[in-house]
Design a binder for this molecule. Structure first.
Ligand code: ADP
Ligand code: ZN
Length: 860
């Protein structure tokens, strides 16, 4: 049976579709899988003709008798004059709402139009109407309604269609109305059941309307679905709210001009002109080239390596839109803010936008005023967004964090799976999948899922050379943290803890010690969390103490240190977290405090997991331990883990490589004492009890078991209890002892027995076990720190005025360059890192005078 689609309305994630047969029957098409398929029915468009094989469902609920389940369907060429067709097949009623649904419609106290069970229901639920007065849009936060105004009150219909709701639907337009489901408010169980009347779409007046000539004779023009503007209606661009997007400066006139110029540039010129960078970083150029040539691309680049540029730059050069799928709302907001500061027209669509901002963004996209559109996957998959994209030329579809599409990744997100469908809908867009973590398996998964088998893969080195990697034995969290922070006063950093409780506790202690620190974890209220993140981004607070919940989407470029006081679950997490430091390329410090106790805790959680996941989780934990316990360059286990061979003997930027030529002490005697005591107490005790015996404790536990009679009793007074703990840990780490994962008891290994037969044990003597940390200053290098502070203060003022985080004005690195090269002219200023055309114009006048004055003052 051939049908013409005459309406498409919103319904959950999918669409409810109204159709007319060629013999004048009204149908509502239902997909058989609509319960499992969130984007069901999206393939239909108003005006389409389909050949469908459909049957009525087992049960029909009057008046909703139009429902049919579509078993098979085939798209046929569309017809031009849907409105004329509709009018011929199902003539509309004309007049006021009293004519609707056999005159059964009534007006509720709220003004809403409805039919009631008691008042009588019509034998159908869909119809067309030509209102004799205009319908005016009214809105509240939740929905859009149209109002039919009369002197004695009028009435309203909720708008459920896919069109942009224009301010006024002129009188005489052909509109489609339908009945919602039977409903009564929960709080009124006694009340009557009602079906509210909904407005499901309109056609431009004149499209075959009686009085404009015989139906169907006129050159009809296509239906207004989509562009949403009946001829003569007020164009929505005049609406006052279009540019009102809170917290984001709107695009300026001159910016758009700049962007038009950028489209004529080659990539290298755009890099300098717009972004203010002189050179591409590794792989950026190759990826950009491939994308600009419209070849599908998979880019695997570590955090901080400049992934964003790989899609931001092509976006400037493509005539059409670049769509960026990003799972992290804060990240997309941040990037849009930074792009706007560079003069690039960017927008985002996500669940945080209110309706007005949403419409404003949509309108700018329609007008071609947006180069980059960031959107969360669930927003992109919404029917209205899909519709928007189908009607907009899209040149590039970028899937950021593409590993989320794979169940083998560590961050699988089911909604990413549906991007395949989006990809199919945009056949002219090149696909760029981009991620910071992807093993071979995940890479293949990404290609398969997105159906880009031919995609060229670019895999960058994961080596973040500017990060100093360091692991220290965890002996005293607060003491070690304070020592670490003391050398880093005034620098921004993140401290990661395993639990919320620890986060709160440590934050308190740091504050008590005079540090501006704020907590961040999933237990805090949303707005508190957001506020804390914002304060950190804006340099209002230096330290964030956080669980792993923090940092998703932290783009702050001047994070100078990451301190892990607890062991991350795996190297993926660790790498991602340290990746938040040093994005500006300046040195940054990463210290992990390691204790074997953390391994127990993590193992405990692994045991609670789905058994199928346990072996994988254990293996990942093993790799994490291997990294923490290695005596080699730390970059070796880390990079090996990500499939990258790292062959340098000495990276010169990790604790093991920079350690003074091995000052390892001979611990053989201590090891013999300890191991022997473990053996003699029966290999059923943990380290604490062994130490008590060695140190001659009079505790009940020791005496009651007769352990004071052992030959190893009281032979270890040369080390403190704490020192012995550190030694024990080293013995475990070196594999002389194995610790039972459930009880913590220690047992000798084969290697352990060899110690009694003369095997030497080397290690770190306890007083030195607490390795000293290297100190770096925020901006190491020979810059003028007094000037730097002046510049920093000015940056802060400018950022505050604009409501932006300071680094969106300039990165630290740019200020450091100012305080090193002392630019005096605009062309010198333009040569600085991160100074593009727009920033030159905006900020040269703000910073140059400070530099000039600084030197003028000095010469007096
Ligand atoms: P990620 O790969 O984590 O997404 P970003 O795209 O945020 O990294 O880039 C990290 C930092 O590097 C940003 O501050 C960005 O401005 C800077 N950057 C990117 N490309 C270059 C380049 N070619 N030259 C200098 N800095 C760059
Ligand atoms: Zn090293």
């Amino acid at each position: 049976m051939k049908v013409v689609i005459v309406a498409k309305t919103r319904m959950g994630g999918g669409a409810c579709v109204g159709a007319l047969t060629f013999d004048g029957r009204s149908l509502r098409l239902i997909a058989p899988d609509r319960d499992s398929n969130p984007a069901f029915n999206m393939e239909y468009n108003v005006g389409d003709v389909w050949d469908v094989n459909a049957e009525a469902p087992e049960y029909l609920d009057p008046p909703h008798v139009e429902n049919v389940i579509v078993r098979h369907k085939r798209r046929l060429p569309p017809i031009d004059d849907v409105a004329g067709f509709a009018q011929r097949q199902m003539p509309p009623v004309a007049g006021g709402p009293e004519a609707l649904f056999d005159g059964l419609a009534q007006v509720a106290g709220s003004g809403a139009l409805y039919i009631s069970e008691e008042g009588g229901a019509p034998p159908y639920s869909t119809m067309f109407w030509q209102p004799d007065r205009p319908l005016q849009r009214v809105e509240d936060a939740k929905r859009v309604r149209y109002r039919y105004e009369t002197e004695d009150g009028g009435c309203t219909l909720t708008f459920v269609g896919f069109q942009d709701p224009i301010p006024e639907i002129p009188a005489g337009s052909l509109v489609r109305v339908s009945l919602a489901h039977w409903w009564r408010p929960d709080e009124m169980p006694q009340g009557e059941l009602r079906c509210y009347v909904q407005l499901s779409g309109w056609f431009a007046p004149g499209n075959g309307a009686p009085g404009d000539g015989p139906p169907g004779d006129e050159p009809q023009g296509r239906v207004s679905f989509g562009d949403g503007l009946p001829p003569g209606a007020n164009p929505p661009r005049g609406l006052p709210f279009l540019d009102e997007e809170p917290h984001s400066p709107s695009l300026r006139e001159d910016d758009t001009v700049l962007i038009r110029e950028a489209q004529q540039m080659d990539p290298a010129a755009a890099l300098k002109q717009v972004f203010g960078f002189d050179d591409f970083r590794p792989l950026q150029e190759e990826v950009i080239d491939n994308v600009l040539n419209k070849r599908d691309t998979l880019a695997v680049m570590p955090t901080g390596s400049g992934k964003s540029l790989c899609f931001q730059l092509p976006a400037l050069l493509f005539p059409g839109l670049t769509v960026v799928v990003s799972p992290l709302i804060s990240l997309m907001e941040d990037q849009v803010m930074q792009l706007r500061e560079m003069g690039v027209a960017a927008a985002y669509l996500n669940s945080t936008l209110d309706y007005h901002s949403y419409l404003g963004a949509v309108e700018r996209i329609r007008q071609g005023g947006v180069r980059l559109l960031y959107a969360a996957p669930e927003t992109l998959l919404r029917p209205e967004t899909l519709l928007l994209l189908e009607q907009t030329p899209v040149d590039c579809l970028t899937i950021d964090e593409a590993h989320c599409i794979s169940e083998w990744g560590h961050d699988f997100r089911p909604e990413y799976r549906q991007l395949t469908d989006l990809r199919r809908r945009l056949p002219h867009a090149v696909c760029l999948a981009i991620t910071a973590t992807a093993t071979e398996h995940v890479r293949q998964d990404i290609k398969d899922s997105l159906e880009i088998p031919e995609a060229q893969a670019y895999v960058a080195s994961f080596n973040r050379e500017n990060l100093f990697l360091q692991v220290a034995a965890k002996t005293d969290i607060l003491g070690q943290t304070l020592a670490f922070l003391r050398e880093r006063r005034g620098q921004a950093g993140i401290i990661y803890c395993a639990t919320r409780k620890q986060v709160d506790g440590l934050t308190e202690q740091l504050r008590a010690n005079g540090y501006a620190a704020l907590p961040y974890h999933a237990g805090l209220a949303d707005d508190t969390r957001r506020r804390h993140q914002r304060q950190f981004m804006h340099d209002d607070v230096e330290i964030i103490v956080a669980t792993v919940a923090f940092g998703m989407g932290i783009n702050k470029s001047n994070v100078r240190f990451i301190l892990h006081v607890d062991l991350p679950k795996n190297l993926e997490s660790y790498y991602q977290q340290i990746g938040r430091a040093g994005r500006d390329g300046l040195p940054a410090d990463c210290l992990l405090l390691y204790s074997y106790g953390d391994v127990h805790t993590i193992n405990f959680f692994i045991q609670e997991q789905d058994p199928a996941q346990q072996p994988g989780a254990r293996a990942r934990l093993e790799a994490m331990i291997g990294f923490a316990e290695t005596n080699l360059c730390r970059r070796q286990p880390l990079l090996n883990y990500f499939g990258e061979a790292y062959d340098e003997d000495n990276c010169d930027n990790c604790d093991n490589c920079t350690k003074e030529q091995q000052e390892l002490a001979d611990l053989t005697e201590a090891a013999q004492k300890f191991l022997s005591c473990v053996k003699r107490t029966g290999e059923i005790f943990g380290a604490s009890h062994i130490i008590d015996v060695l140190r001659g404790s009079q505790s009940k536990k020791v005496l009651s078991r007769g352990h004071d009679k052992l030959s190893t009793y009281n032979i270890g007074r040369e080390f403190s209890k704490k020192a012995w703990k550190q030694l024990a840990r080293q013995f475990i780490q070196q594999g002389l002892l194995r610790q039972d994962m459930t009880h913590g008891s220690l047992k000798l290994t084969k290697k352990g027995y060899e110690v009694f037969r003369g095997r030497t044990v080397k290690g770190v003597l306890p007083q030195k076990a607490q390795r000293t940390t290297r100190s770096t200053s925020a901006a190491a290098g020979p810059h003028d720190s007094e000037l730097f502070e002046l510049l920093r203060a000015r940056r802060r003022e400018l950022a505050d005025e604009a409501g932006l985080p300071p680094y969106t004005v300039f990165h630290d690195r740019t200020l450091v360059e100012m305080a090193t090269h002392f630019p005096h002219t605009e062309s010198e200023f333009a040569a600085l890192y991160g100074v593009g055309q727009v920033k030159l114009e905006r900020y040269a006048g703000e910073f140059l005078p400070i530099i000039r004055e600084y030197f003028a003052g000095g010469e007096d």
